[in-house]
Every structure is written in C-alpha cells, then in structure tokens.
Design a protein around this ligand. Structure first.
Ligand code: ADP
Ligand code: MG
Length: 149
C-alpha cells in the first residue's frame, strides 16, 4: 500500500501522470471514497494523461463513458446511482469486461459480483485541509505495477 497527500488538484494530476505510463490494458482500478472525495477528478486527470483532449464527463447518470486514447481504451464507470447490481448485466458488462481496456470504477461496492476483479484499489479520504490517497494492489499484476510506482 502506498500513500500520497493531495493538497490541490495539481497533486492529483502529478499522481496520475506517474501512474498512467504504468497502466497496461487490461487493467481494473476500483476508486473508493465518499461523495466529493475526488474520484471523478482523478479519473479525469488519468484519462487526460492518456492523451484524451476533449472533456471527461462524470458518468453519474450514464453509468459509464468510454474514451479511445493514444494510451488505449478507457471505461469510466460511476455506479453511485445503480439501483440493482443486475442492471450491469443489461448494459452488457460481461462483454465489456472482456475488452482490453483500462477500467476506472467509482462506487464499485454497488456493482458487487458483476464487476471484473480489480488489479488496484484507490482510496481517497477528505481530511481537514487536504486529501489522503492510498493505493493498494489486489492482483499479481497490480502488485508488480505498484512496485514501479
Ligand atoms: P467524487 O467523484 O469522489 O464525488 P469529485 O472528483 O467530483 O469527487 O470532486 C469533488 C470536488 O473536489 C470537485 O469540486 C473537485 O474539483 C474537488 N477536488 C478533487 N480533487 C481535489 C484535490 N486533489 N484538491 C482539491 N480539490 C479537489
Ligand atoms: Mg464522482
């Protein structure tokens, strides 16, 4: 487990620029943290670090957004509004999960067993004046990656 202090969004950006080159598809990252912790912001900086030029919208209402970037295909999920984990079946999660992509998943606890297993888990906690980010590996691939971070 590695820990970082994020005082501003610039720190989130710097963290994402370090992490991005280590990510190889397929890779699944669960993003944990309360509303407002900074999960979407981190996803935005990662997708931009991958070379995406346009906007990165919060997928709160659409469940997911897709991006084709110079660093590969990204799926950004936000499951906050998912009412029933089975809804994931209807949006085709089984096929999506087989794709060679980088998956960023906010509120993964809402998706339960229908989600692909994570390689990395990120936890962001809002502290008094700044944010604490922890990242841990949850697969062999993830632990090799963390060794290089
Ligand atoms: P979440 O997706 O976890 O609900 P967001 O990424 O939407 O949270 O962020 C909520 C707010 O916090 C946004 O206004 C965002 O600009 C701000 N924020 C996110 N990360 C940071 C950071 N590292 N430093 C300062 N503000 C941040
Ligand atoms: Mg969010």
């Amino acid at each position: 487990m590695l820990n970082y202090r994020l005082q501003t969004e610039n720190d989130t950006d710097a963290f994402c620029q370090k992490l991005l080159p280590l990510l190889e598809s397929p890779c699944v990252i669960y993003l944990h943290g309360d509303l407002g912790a900074g999960k979407t912001t981190l996803s935005q900086y990662l997708i931009r670090a991958a070379g995406h030029k346009g906007p990165v919208k919060s997928p709160t209402y659409t469940l997911f957004e897709e991006y084709q970037t110079p660093h590969g295909h990204f799926y950004h999920f936000d499951l906050y509004r998912l009412k029933d984990a089975e809804e994931l079946i209807f949006i085709g999660i089984e096929d999506i999960a087989k794709e060679k992509a980088i998956f960023l998943i906010e509120w993964p606890e809402q998706g339960a067993e229908y989600l692909p297993n994570a390689d990395l888990a990120v936890y962001i906690k809002l502290a008094q004046t700044d944010r604490e980010l922890s990242i841990e590996s949850t697969s062999e691939k993830g632990s090799k990656l963390l060794e290089q971070l």
